[in-house]
Design a protein around this ligand. Structure first.
Ligand SMILES: CC(C)(COP(=O)(O)OP(=O)(O)OC[C@H]1O[C@@H](n2cnc3c(N)ncnc32)[C@H](O)[C@@H]1OP(=O)(O)O)[C@@H](O)C(=O)NCCC(=O)NCCS
Length: 331
């Protein structure tokens, strides 16, 4: 197989264009409802990842030199250094010819070479991905569900009622809008709030808690800037103590202004039961209505087993769009 590893700082135009063309062709077959990958967004991914932990990536070529598949290997250095997460995407016009298997094997070797003992991957709940994962010897470890909120058709009256009800329980908290970089004096609190995401269910995944630090928060902010995303972070602050008790975040890409991604929502364990999750998310809709009136949809992912978050999302009008299965294999 003709394989080229990509150097994020010296990306050859042909590799980049070839990779993005394959990712787009695959998206139109596998998940046409999701926004696409552009050369800019793929470049940002290769240089910054989600929060300063970019994947190593390679493209495969056919005999004529055309890129026909993309491999991404995520080797986190912040935590979970026992595992590697693989993404293999094969051009729909060359599927079932063994390209995926060869690329997956290369990915496994890369994970092994890094001294890691576990491979994770994810696919939509569709025959190609599922049968492929089974053929690669992976086992189902978790199910994730993607839901979508249609902002053009929201029941604002219901949201207002829910908000008032939540406010009556959450009177001890005030909401703080934070856009852009976290002020230095709030960094420690933001780290702690972000850590609360570790309470989300992990099902059978053999993963460890994520580890956050001020450096990682700054790396996240730099990565979002590189992705050209506007980030909205809404925080619930306890009035009596000033403690940041919970937050929710939405990102809107400058080049895709009609679409938003719901990122983390988490409330510190000691502050749960005060309807802060619902309060934060409705208040975020109010904020977005002011700042991003063109926004039409917001997408979110949750573990299927995350009953609390899903209940809140369903109250906000989110509807199921797709399911994905997360797989793992011990090496
Ligand atoms: C899943 C994917 C990578 C497979 O790529 P591919 O090049 O077609 O896979 P291969 O030809 O190497 O198939 C390897 C084995 O997987 C299984 N398989 C792959 N696609 C299948 C399908 N559509 N139906 C049934 N089995 C399938 C088969 O067992 C196959 O072996 P066989 O052809 O000898 O029977 C490709 O469909 C894809 O890019 N899908 C979207 C992204 C994704 O879901 N990636 C998987 C997670 S990393």
């Amino acid at each position: 197989m003709d394989l080229t590893w990509l150097d994020p700082e010296h990306l050859a135009r042909r590799d980049l264009d070839g990779a993005v063309a394959v990712l787009e062709a695959a998206r139109l077959v596998d998940c046409p409802h999701l926004p696409g990958t552009t050369v800019s967004s793929f470049t940002a991914r290769l240089r910054h990842g989600w929060d300063g932990d970019p994947p190593v990536a390679a493209v495969a070529r056919d005999a004529g030199g055309r890129v026909n598949a993309v491999l991404e290997v995520h080797l986190s250095h912040w935590d979970n250094t026992h595992l590697g997460f693989l993404e293999v995407t094969v051009d729909p016009i060359v599927r079932r010819q063994g390209v995926g298997r060869r690329l997956f094997d290369v990915g496994v070797e890369r994970v092994r070479a890094d001294g890691r003992k576990l491979v994770l991957t994810e696919c939509f709940d569709q025959p190609a991905g599922v049968e492929f994962a089974k053929a690669m010897g992976l086992e189902r470890a978790s199910v994730a569900v993607q839901r979508r909120q249609d902002l053009t058709n929201l029941d604002w009256e219901k949201l207002d009622q829910e908000y008032v009800k939540a406010q009556s329980l959450a009177g001890g908290y005030e909401l703080v809008r934070m856009q852009g970089a976290t002020p230095e004096h709030m960094l420690a609190d933001v780290v702690q709030m972000t850590e609360a995401i570790n309470d989300a269910p992990i099902d059978d995944l053999d993963v460890e808690d994520e580890v956050f630090s001020p450096e990682r928060i700054r790396a996240f902010e730099a990565a979002q800037l590189a992705h050209d995303r506007r980030i909205y972070r809404l925080v619930a602050r306890e009035r009596s103590s000033g403690v940041l008790a919970g937050h929710t975040m939405v990102g809107v890409e400058n080049e895709v202004p009609g679409h938003g991604w719901q990122f983390d929502t988490s409330v510190l364990a000691s502050h749960r039961g005060n309807r802060l999750g619902l309060l934060l998310k409705v208040a975020m809709m109010y904020w977005l209505r002011e700042e991003e009136p063109q926004l039409r949809i917001v997408d979110t992912w949750n573990a299927a087993s995350n009953a609390h978050m899903i209940r809140v999302n369903e109250m906000l009008g989110y509807q199921v769009m797709a399911e994905a299965i997360v797989w793992q294999r011990h090496l």
